[in-house]
Design a protein around this ligand. Structure first.
Ligand code: HEC
Ligand code: HEC
Ligand code: HEC
Length: 439
């Protein structure tokens, strides 16, 4: 009996020490992945360019706030996390941070005092940043950006998720080795892979999350990487595999969507529109080509079936052309409201009106994007290569919830599309949310 007790007490003591060590022993910071000379300086514009390809502005600028002063609310399934002020202000920003402090935030998600950052800051992906990009970013945020005082709110998460030390355990399970290694020898493909896996953090949205809410894969060699995810109720479609939204797209199609927000097949909306507005439209032609070539490579062998269906007249097209007075309500609503721009064959017009046939937003598992589009319409971002804005009108005032549901169901099942129907209740819910947002 006494020995059992001794063992038990012993185990408790060891456990308590382990827990304290877990909480208190400083985190090992990931070292620089390459040695650059101490007096290394970025070229003119290199720091800003690194900020663009890594899209730091997306999260670190609040909708009405000054650039990089943080405070943007980022919704997570557990609660709201606010981005930090990353201007070099001493009191509220990263003023006084050393290069090593800065690198540790990007690679390991820790502050100089050892506090853990939530993975809403995409260090799962930034762990792959090259030392040159880290140095360029450090130069940009400490010497090129003006310090601005702005206190940002603390994250609003329930217990135990508000205990930042628990993130240490999460990181231990979730984080992959730091550093980047390309799959291909070809320097163009390797650059494309780097942009996608590292700074572009494409997988933060386009890769599914696993049971601990980490990205299921952070490296293209794993099939789960870019196999489709979800962000703020929108589907971020698969960019590879059988459901790939970009199957059959050429390199030029991709360059076009990243630089202008549209191409012959689609126009982008939601979060991806912001990615284009703040990041990809600023990429050099070389980088756009590299990223697109890499993505085309991921899709080799997919997309044949679609090319075939593009030449035959579909049943849907025939039904629209028949002008049958008994045609279903959804079809009639399409002819009255959508046909003028998106056409009977659902193919729209190249680079102007996107295709609805085979469109990933239309056929997404969750119809949120499609319903929002019909209710609120949308405006393509104006980019230097396409300095005008094309509008899709909103139909909230003209169509009832039932009508929007019928119409959306028609579009989801028309042509070669084969997605589930939409209920009037889901339309009502989104209409309510849209109205609340306006007020
Ligand atoms: C997807 C959104 C997102 C992107 C993109 C992003 N960040 Fe963050 N970042 C955050 C959030 C959210 C926090 C705060 C996390 C927390 O409170 O735990 C944060 C925290 C930080 C911090 C820690 C500051 C502190 O003391 O709180 C630094 C430094 C930082 N980010 C730098 C950057 C840089 C540089 C980039 C671009 C290379 C970048 N971030 C891109 C969301 C983002
Ligand atoms: C903040 C989340 C987010 C990030 C980061 C992001 N995407 Fe997206 N992306 C989306 C969403 C959501 C859509 C769907 C938009 C739509 O249907 O109009 C999308 C759509 C796309 C499409 C168009 C697919 C189609 O059929 O219209 C491509 C291509 C794409 N993303 C590539 C990328 C690449 C490459 C990166 C990294 C450089 C990236 N995305 C980063 C959220 C994101
Ligand atoms: C006046 C022309 C016009 C009419 C009418 C119109 N659209 Fe559009 N639609 C556009 C334009 C332009 C875009 C691209 C704008 C954007 O995505 O920001 C677009 C985009 C879309 C998209 C998103 C495609 C993508 O790849 O992201 C969907 C879905 C859509 N329209 C459905 C409809 C439906 C359904 C109707 C009928 C209720 C309709 N549209 C009526 C012009 C129109």
């Amino acid at each position: 009996m006494r020995t059992y007790l001794k063992i038990l007490v012993g185990l408790i003591v060891v456990g308590a020490i382990a827990l304290l060590a877990f909480i208190l022993v400083p985190v090992q910071r990931t070292p620089a992945q390459a040695q650059l000379p101490d007096d290394w300086q970025p070229e003119e514009g290199q720091g800003e360019y690194a900020m663009r390809i890594a899209d730091c502005a997306a999260c670190h600028t609040a909708p009405d706030g000054e650039q990089f002063t943080g405070g943007r609310a980022i919704e997570s399934p557990l609660g709201v996390i606010y981005s930090s002020n990353i201007t070099p202000d001493d009191a509220t920003g990263i003023g006084g941070w050393s290069l090593d402090d800065f690198r540790a935030a990007l690679y390991d998600g820790v502050r100089p005092d050892g506090t853990h950052l939530y993975p809403a800051m995409p260090y799962e992906n930034y762990r792959k940043l090259s030392e040159e990009d880290v140095r360029a970013l450090y130069h940009y945020f400490t010497e090129e950006v003006e310090p601005v005082r702005n206190e940002t709110p603390e994250a609003e998460l329930p217990f135990p998720f508000d205990q930042r030390w628990t993130l240490r355990g999460w990181k231990w399970l979730a984080l992959d080795d730091p550093g980047f290694a390309a799959d291909a020898d070809d320097p163009v493909l390797a650059r494309g892979e780097y942009l996608v896996e590292g700074p572009g953090h494409c997988s933060a949205c386009h890769t599914p999350r696993n049971t601990i809410m980490a990205e299921a894969a952070v490296d293209a060699s794993d099939e789960a990487f870019l196999s489709g995810g979800e962000i703020a109720g929108w589907t971020a479609p698969a960019l590879r595999g059988p459901d790939s939204a970009i199957a059959g797209w050429s390199q030029d199609d991709l360059v076009s969507i990243f630089s202008t927000g549209r191409n012959a097949h689609a126009a982008v909306n939601g979060e991806m529109q912001l990615v284009i507005r703040d990041s990809t439209q600023f990429m050099s032609d070389e980088d756009l080509t590299a990223m697109s070539a890499f993505l085309v490579g991921l899709n080799e062998g997919t997309g044949q079936a679609r090319a075939e269906s593009e030449t035959t007249e579909t049943e849907t097209e025939a039904l629209i052309a028949s002008a049958d007075p008994d045609m279903p309500l959804g079809t009639r609503l399409y002819i009255d409201n959508c046909n003028a721009c998106h056409f009977a064959n659902g193919r729209g017009a190249d680079e102007v009106f996107p295709e609805l046939d085979g469109n990933s937003l239309v056929t997404a598992e969750s119809p949120t994007g499609l319903i929002s589009m019909i209710l609120e319409g949308s405006e393509l971002p104006s980019t230097p290569k396409r300095p005008y804005s094309l509008r899709m009108p909103g139909f909230a005032d003209r169509l009832t919830d039932e009508e929007v549901a019928e119409l959306a169901s028609f579009v989801r099942q028309g042509w070669s599309n084969d997605a589930g129907p939409v209920s009037a209740a889901s339309v009502a819910e989104l209409r309510g949310k849209a109205q609340a947002k306006m007020e």
